[in-house]
Design a binder for this molecule. Structure first.
Ligand code: NAD
Length: 299
C-alpha cells in the first residue's frame, strides 16, 4: 500500500509538528483537535476559532514548514466533532492526543467507525504498551494499528520508534516504515512492546535521577543542567530545558503510565517521586515552552 494522505488527531506540541512535517513532504493532512473549552463566541464553539487556534499552535511549534508556500495549504485544521468523517478518505491516521489511555480508547472507537478499511492507525504514545491500546477493539483495528513514536521536535529529531503488535499486518508496518524513511527522513527503529519502548524507558529514568539529585543537592536548574547536559547528550537544553520542551504536564502521565506497566523489580520504581513540584507549576500555568515557561523563562 502507498500512503497518499494523512490525518493527525491532536494539534498540541507533537501533533502540530507531525502534521507540519508530513505536509512538508507533500502529503495532504487533516489536523483535528477538540474545541478548546476556553474559546467560545456568541453562538458557542466556532469551528473557525478552532482552526485559528490550531494554526497558531502549529506556527508556534514549527514555523519553518509554513514558510514553504507550495505545501502550506496542505494542512487542513478542523474540529474532531464536525470533521471526523473526513478520516474516511485517508490512508494514515496518527493519534497524538493526551497521554491518557481512556481518552485514546474513546477516540479509537470513534475513528474506527469511520476510517476506511485497511487504513493505518498509529499512536504517538510515549509509554503506553500497544497491547493496552488495542484491548477491547476488534481484530480489524488490531491488524491496522501500530505505534509510531516521534520525538520532539518532530521535524528535526530523526528517530522514529515503531512498535507492531502480534496482529499488526506486516504489509502495514513495511509501508509505514518505508514512508517514514523515504518521505519523512526518519531512522526507523523497531521496538518491542515494552513500557516506554527504548528511548523513554531509559530517558525517564535519567530525567528522574537528575531531578532528584538537583533537588537533594540544592542545585539551581542552571547548575544542574551545566553538569548533566553534556554527558547525557543534551548540551543545548540540559535536563530541565528538555522537560520544558516536552511539556511539564506530560511528565506525570508518563510516570504514571510507566508505574502501571513496569515489572515489579524495575529500578525506576526505586527512584520515582511524586511530582509535587510539577503539580504546583502546572496548576500555575508553567507547563514549559507551550505555556508561560517552565523551569526556564520564555525568551
Ligand atoms: P499536548 O497536550 O501538547 O497536545 C494534546 C492535544 O490533544 C491537545 O491539543 C488536546 O486538545 C488534544 N486532544 C485531547 N483529547 C482529544 C480528543 N479526544 N480528540 C482530539 N484532540 C484531543 O500533548 P503532546 O505533548 O503533543 O502529546 C501528545 C502525544 O504525543 C502523547 O501521547 C504524548 O505522550 C506523545 N509524545 C509527546 C512528546 C513530547 O515531547 N511532548 C514526545 C513524544 C510523544
Amino acid at each position: 500500500m502507498e500512503i497518499r494522505s494523512a490525518a493527525v488527531i491532536g494539534a498540541g506540541v507533537m501533533g502540530s509538528g507531525i502534521a507540519a512535517h508530513i505536509a512538508n513532504a507533500g502529503i495532504p493532512v487533516f489536523l483535528l483537535d477538540i474545541v478548546p473549552q476556553d474559546v467560545k463566541d456568541g453562538r458557542g464553539n466556532d469551528r473557525s476559532v478552532v482552526a485559528r487556534t490550531a494554526i497558531d499552535r502549529m506556527l508556534k511549534t514549527e514555523p519553518a514548514p509554513f514558510m514553504h508556500k507550495r505545501n502550506a495549504r496542505l494542512v487542513t485544521p478542523g474540529n474532531i466533532e464536525d470533521d471526523l468523517e473526513k478520516l474516511a478518505g485517508v490512508d494514515w491516521i496518527v493519534e497524538a492526543v493526551v497521554e491518557n489511555p481512556a481518552v485514546k480508547a474513546d477516540l479509537y472507537a470513534r475513528l474506527d467507525a469511520v476510517r476506511k478499511p485497511g487504513s493505518i492507525v498509529s499512536s504517538n504514545t510515549s509509554t503506553i504498551p500497544l497491547k493496552n491500546l488495542v484491548e477491547g477493539r476488534g481484530d480489524g483495528f488490531a491488524r491496522d494499528f501500530m505505534i509510531t513514536h516521534f520525538f520532539n521536535p518532530p521535524r528535526y529529531m530523526r528517530l522514529l520508534e515503531v512498535v507492531a503488535g502480534p496482529d499488526t499486518r506486516p504489509g502495514a508496518v513495511e509501508a509505514l516504515s518505508r514512508f517514514a524513511d523515504t518521505r519523512l527522513g526518519k531512522g526507523v527503529v523497531r521496538c518491542k512492546d515494552r513500557p516506554g519502548f527504548i528511548a523513554n524507558r531509559i530517558g525517564t529514568y535519567w530525567i528522574q535521577a537528575a531531578i532528584n539529585q538537583a533537588m537533594d543537592l540544592g542545585l539551581t536548574v542552571e547548575e544542574a543542567d551545566a553538569v548533566v547536559g553534556r554527558p547525557m547528550g543534551i548540551p543545548k537544553t540540559g535536563v530541565f530545558g528538555l522537560v520544558d520542551l516536552v511539556g511539564l504536564d506530560l511528565m506525570p502521565y508518563v510516570s504514571r503510565s510507566l508505574l502501571n506497566t513496569l515489572p515489579a523489580d524495575d529500578p525506576y520504581r526505586a527512584i520515582h517521586r511524586e511530582p509535587e513540584l510539577f503539580t504546583r507549576m502546572i496548576a500555575e500555568g508553567y507547563t514549559g515552552r507551550k505555556g508561560k515557561g517552565g523551569f526556564y523563562r520564555l525568551n
